[in-house]
Write a protein of this length. Structure first.
Length: 146
């Protein structure tokens, strides 16, 4: 979720090799310093994942970016679309953990964890982050876990 001027969650952890789906929702309201009812925000993971994660979100709308987390490391994500005076505060960190390390998924407040059908191959995992949803869905029919 993006809002004036931040993200929830600010830290996202996934294991290397995971299929990642980021659902970015601009939840900003017509308030704050600018009182602009049509604030457009962005989300982009810097560096290696940048070309695959450039998202622009109109207020109240969601956008999706999907990719495989093939390179381990720590990557900053940020708003690449000027959204107001504290625009530079819109930052977070996307961690891709090396094999053998436990990914903690994300840190944030989530009031809804629900099942979403995924088209994945046998024994593959899909990590879904965003829009009040954070889940690890296995195609074996197990319930999502955090």
């Amino acid at each position: 979720k993006g809002f004036s001027y931040g993200y929830v969650p600010r830290f996202i952890h996934v294991p290397k090799g995971a299929k990642v789906r980021i659902i970015f929702t601009n939840i900003d309201k017509a308030a704050g310093l600018t009182k602009n009812p049509d604030v457009t925000m962005g989300m982009n993971v810097a560096g290696f994942y940048g070309p695959r994660t450039m998202i622009i979100g109109v207020r109240g709308m969601s956008q999706v970016a999907e990719f495989v987390a093939s390179k381990a490391g720590e990557f900053e994500f940020f708003c690449q679309h000027f959204c107001g005076p504290l625009h530079l505060e819109m930052r977070g960190t996307f961690f891709v953990d090396p094999p053998g390390q436990q990914a903690s998924l994300a840190v944030g407040d989530y009031d809804d964890i629900s099942r979403q059908e995924q088209l994945v191959g046998e024994h593959e995992r899909v990590w879904v982050v965003g829009t009040n949803k954070l889940m690890n869905t296995l195609n074996e029919g197990k319930e999502p876990t955090i």
